[in-house]
Ligand binder design. Structure first.
Ligand code: GRF
Length: 289
């Protein structure tokens, strides 16, 4: 039963325990306050007492669980839980929370922008950082944001289960590749068909493919004498930098441009657009289902 609840709520074991504690403590606090208020009102025990008590409890319960969820670190869960109940109560179907994993191998500046964008979002939650590089900056970002990190190894990723069970266990619905250097195995692409996006620091289809990452891309753009470069956000398929384009933005390549100055311009474009495009893709996916 606990396993079922974990899957349904898309949480790990520790969060599950804290959520149950919040329910228990919130419920007790609510019952206690309800009775105190009734004693204070001086109402005689009887039918009216019971009706008023039920009304009081219904009003106090959401406040009490929200209050208790704060010290137990479960505020985000309960806020979206109550929003769902509220919407169900008022007859509207609440979209369920979309859990997002960010795959990154590097500094993680894009991951950070995306985490910040969805920080207070009740329906889109960044709940896993997947990384293949020891000491990558993105791991520190995950630690500070208190998002679990999954460290992946080549052998299992390419020749094993591609970490699919681990992603399913975390209830991951959508994947964002933000500076992830490995090719995504076919089994993962198929399991998340139409649910994986990548960002590339050039205007695809040019300057993409195996080995084209970081400064190598900018060096190639400058060496070719391009007048402009930019970013491409695209769906991920089984080939490097190949799936259909979702969005592109351009910047000028100046005569004295260096790979470093171009990288800076590109990062600015990425930070400006990527979080919003990711949100748009997730909302479209939600509307499809
Ligand atoms: C970005 O330029 C992105 O386009 C590329 O890798 C870089 C990652 O940068 N795929 P950061 O780690 O997000 O700072």
């Amino acid at each position: 039963m606990l396993e079922n609840l974990k899957k349904r709520w898309k949480v790990d074991t520790l969060s599950m325990v804290l959520i149950i504690c919040t329910f228990a403590l919130g419920g007790s606090l609510c019952g206690y306050l309800g009775r105190k208020l009734l004693v204070w009102s001086g109402l005689e025990k009887g039918t009216v007492w019971v009706i008023v008590y039920i009304i009081l409890i219904s009003l106090l319960w959401p406040l009490c669980v929200l209050l208790i969820s704060i010290p137990l670190g479960q505020f985000r869960f309960f806020r979206s839980y109550l929003v769902k109940i509220g919407k169900r109560f008022w007859g509207k179907r609440a979209p369920s929370t979309i859990n997002v994993a960010i795959f990154a191998s590097g500094a993680g500046s894009n991951a950070l922008k995306i985490i910040e964008k969805f920080h207070n979002n009740a329906s889109i939650r960044i709940n896993l950082i997947v990384c293949n590089k020891d000491g990558a900056g993105v791991l520190e970002i995950a630690r500070k944001a208190q998002i679990p990190a999954l460290f992946i190894e080549k052998e299992r990723f390419f020749r094993g289960d591609a970490y699919l069970p681990a992603l399913k266990e975390q209830g991951i619905d959508f994947i964002v590749l933000a500076g992830f250097l490995w090719k995504v195995p076919a089994s993962l692409v198929q399991a998340y068909a139409g649910k994986i996006v990548n960002i590339h620091p050039a205007l695809l289809p040019k300057y993409g493919g195996k080995g084209m990452y970081g400064d190598r891309v900018h060096e190639a753009v400058i060496a070719a004498g391009e007048k402009e470069s930019g970013i491409t956000i695209h769906w991920v398929d089984e080939q490097y930098d190949h799936g259909s384009t979702i969005f592109q933005a351009k910047c000028a390549v100046d005569p004295l441009e260096t790979p470093q100055t171009l990288a800076k311009k590109i990062h600015e474009l990425e930070h400006l657009h990527f979080p919003e495009i990711v949100e748009g893709c997730i909302l479209k996916m939600q509307n499809r289902s």
